[in-house]
Design a protein around this ligand. Structure first.
Ligand SMILES: *Cc1c(COP(=O)(O)O)cnc(C)c1O
Length: 274
């Protein structure tokens, strides 16, 4: 397992790589981005912008609840201005049709899409493959939301002569458009990738007893914490597939831990034994 959760205490996992080129492109402009109340992306963007001294606003979907989430509390403490908007306004803004009410926030700002899902995000993720020698692996697995990380890995593999098959474990239920998103970010489609849609455990940010049991068991066996939204499902998928002999004998399999551990604060205490 490649522990990207350990690269930085706050800008964890794949988010570091997805933000890198975006913040370079922002060139010191104020940054505006989007996310939900438990978004790893918002949390990481707040931390990265603090490190860079860039002013940053997070637009959050839905009216402000009486108790803000731990994620938004942390993001605000890191200096992110939080702006809650209606779901309708959020969904429009996310697609690039900024509603009038948000213009004062977005005018003159560098906009990073929800989840950091753009070409700069994918380009930054290619650099994950500079962290070591990845040529021995036959399979490289990662958790997938927007597909940006997977696309970056596949692009990076092409340039580095890495022959592995890349598999994204979708954290969402029935998100078949993710394949199109990935294709849209690929420089060349060599058919060496795929997305598995059977391990969402009920849908995005949903948790099943099986998922929690898996996360606790994996921690007990390996000492490696996973997160409830993405990497827990990655481990669950990998162990199920291995148990079903879905990888040929002699396979050399790498799991990429994309971080996201801050989101576990959304679980009731005592749920996770790590
Ligand atoms: C954001 C995130 C992902 C999803 O990455 P994409 O590039 O959107 O596919 C995966 N794992 C974790 C822990 C994340 O926070």
């Amino acid at each position: 397992m490649l522990r990207l959760d350990q690269i930085h205490p706050l800008v964890q996992g794949n988010k570091w790589f997805k933000l890198k080129r975006n913040l370079e492109a922002a060139g010191g402009l104020p940054v505006v981005t989007f996310g939900g109340p438990w978004s790893n992306h918002l949390h990481a963007t707040a931390a990265a912008c603090k490190l860079q001294g860039a002013p940053v606003t997070g637009i959050v979907r839905g009216e402000a609840p009486p108790e803000p989430s731990q994620t938004l509390t942390d993001a605000a403490a890191l200096g992110m201005r939080i702006v809650h908007v209606s779901r309708e306004a959020y969904d429009k803004a996310k697609k690039g049709k900024i509603p009038e009410e948000l213009r004062t926030v977005t005018d003159g700002a560098y906009i990073i899409p929800e989840g950091g899902g753009n070409a700069e995000g994918a380009a930054g993720c290619e650099e994950i493959l500079d962290l070591g020698d990845f040529t021995p692996f036959t399979h490289i697995l990662c958790a997938t939301g927007t597909g940006t990380t997977l696309a970056g890995l596949v692009n990076g593999a092409g340039k580095r002569g890495i022959q592995a098959q890349f598999l994204g474990i979708s954290a969402l239920k029935g998100a078949i458009s993710v394949e199109d998103e990935v294709r849209g970010l690929l420089e060349e489609d060599r058919g060496n990738w795929g997305i598995l849609h059977d391990y969402h455990e009920g849908g995005f940010a949903k948790i099943s007893p099986a998922l929690i049991a898996e996360m606790n068991d994996f921690y007990a066996q390996t000492g490696t914490p996973t997160d409830r939204v993405y990497t827990g499902k990655l481990v669950l998928a990998f162990r199920k597939m291995a148990g079903e002999d879905r990888f040929p004998a002699g396979s050399n399999i790498l799991l990429i831990h994309t971080g996201g551990l801050q989101g576990n604060a959304s679980l009731p205490p005592e749920t996770l034994h790590f």
